[in-house]
Design a protein around this ligand. Structure first.
Ligand code: FAD
Length: 394
């Protein structure tokens, strides 16, 4: 009988609507035609034509696709997740571009911005004509963003921002940055606040971070703020305190829950095809029991991760998802995806270490995915707190 895929073994199609499957297929086609032929080169060069790709992704309709109005498609969360899955099956860097644009920068403006912020930025960002970034992490504050040193102080009606953000996806190429800063010294301004900062504002710079061994097909930089003067209207009026940035992170984490499944699926597909062709001790590698045990275990974890992603998509679409449920998905799916990528690499032997195959590229990318958007440990602590009622973060 014809070989089955993990998706067919688990009957995944029965869980998705025709509209969701069509949209997934459209994104998959774009990835096959446009991204896959170039990924190894972009990865090796540590460079990609991000502006060009952003407008193409805008045409494809995936930038801010789960948001309503302002040129956004307004799809279900599950449909957005499936788009992330296909993009990350190509490369986590491309999914990062889309996540940061749609779930972090656009979502922040859509959820917390003024009507003027939305009109000014969202239509251009949905079209990929303007690129956004999201500056929360600092050199000394990643898992604990509440300790941030970036300050916004009042000067007349204006705000003046000083500080440094680190590890900011897209910052060197961005047109607009959503920057989170502490306003504690300003009475009545309620702690951490978000600011919409056009990147051509004097005092703003974003040097690129180079020598990365992970997410090489993604632009990463710092944000240096030296006396960046902004009008009062630059502040996101609706967000006060850490709940503002955390709400955006939950959106991006949701995309990762699906995205990680894509990276793992791609590795497993490549490994399956490889073991069918590779002859060792006179027969195909696929015919050995040890190989089949590896494949069965990986397929099982992949299918379970997909079921978890779809379940979380449905409760997100119902509007009832809680942060600890997002943590379950991010923790499990990224942890299992990186384990699958590494196991697939063993099946490819020495060939597995090159860019001829996507497997080690995915595994290396997933090291970043394991760390950003809340590390695995932070998600364990979040789930632990939900189970015990006791916070063990500090
Ligand atoms: P740390 O917080 O220093 O953590 C180090 C280790 O300590 C980890 O293993 C962690 O799990 C562990 N740890 C932390 N707290 C605890 C605890 N309470 N108990 C036990 N162990 C603990 N940030 C942005 O704001 N915007 C972006 O666009 C962005 N893009 C990124 C792109 C890339 C490629 C990368 C790698 C990172 C990006 N980040 C971005 C930053 C990312 O969110 C942080 O790296 C992440 O939050 C972890 O922070 P850290 O690196 O400072 O690690």
């Amino acid at each position: 009988s014809a070989p089955q895929t993990t998706a067919s073994l688990f009957g995944i199609d029965t869980l998705l609507s025709e509209e969701e499957r069509d949209m997934q297929a459209t994104v998959a086609r774009y990835c096959t035609d446009r991204l896959r032929p170039n990924l190894a080169d972009w990865y090796e060069a540590g460079d990609l034509p991000a502006r060009e790709l952003a407008t193409e992704l805008g045409d494809l309709g995936v930038l801010g696709m789960h948001l309503e109005g302002y040129g956004c498609a307004g799809t279900s969360a599950t449909a957005y997740g499936l788009a992330c899955l296909e993009l990350e099956a190509a490369d986590s860097g491309l999914r990062s571009l889309v996540s940061v644009q749609g779930s972090l920068a656009m979502f922040a403006i859509h959820r917390w911005g003024s009507e003027e912020h939305k009109q000014e930025w969202l239509p251009r960002m949905a079209a990929g004509e303007a690129i956004g970034c999201f500056g929360l992490t600092e050199p000394d504050f990643g898992s604990d963003p509440g300790g941030m040193r970036t300050r916004a102080r009042r000067d007349g009606d204006d705000w003046v921002l000083d500080g440094t953000k680190m590890w900011i996806t897209n910052s060197p190429i961005a047109d607009v940055a959503v920057v989170w800063a502490n306003t504690d010294e300003d009475e009545g301004s309620r702690g951490i606040r978000g600011f919409v900062v056009p990147t051509d504002t004097p005092g703003f710079s974003a040097p690129e971070i180079t020598k990365k061994l992970s997410l090489r097909a993604s632009v990463t930089g710092e944000i240096v703020l030296q006396g960046v003067r902004l009008p009062a209207s630059a502040m996101l009026p609706e967000a006060a305190g850490l709940s503002g940035p955390l709400s955006c992170l939950n959106e991006a984490r949701f995309g990762i829950i699906f995205g990680a499944v894509g990276a793992a699926r791609d590795c497993l597909e490549v490994a399956l095809s490889y073991v069918g062709d590779r002859e060792i001790f006179g027969k195909p590698l696929a015919a050995y029991q040890l190989t089949q045990a590896k494949l069965a275990d990986m397929s099982l974890e992949l299918g379970k991760a997909m079921l978890l992603a779809i379940q979380l998509g449905r409760i997100k679409d119902a509007g009832t998802i809680r942060p600890e449920q997002i943590s379950l998905g991010k923790l499990n799916n990224v942890r299992e995806a990186i384990a699958i990528a590494r196991e697939c690499r063993t099946l490819l032997g020495a060939n597995g270490i090159t860019l001829e195959y996507p497997v080690l590229r995915h595994a290396n990318n997933l090291e970043s995915v394991l760390t950003y958007e809340g590390t695995s440990e932070v998600h364990q602590l979040t789930i632990g707190k939900a189970l015990t009622g006791v916070a063990a973060f500090r």
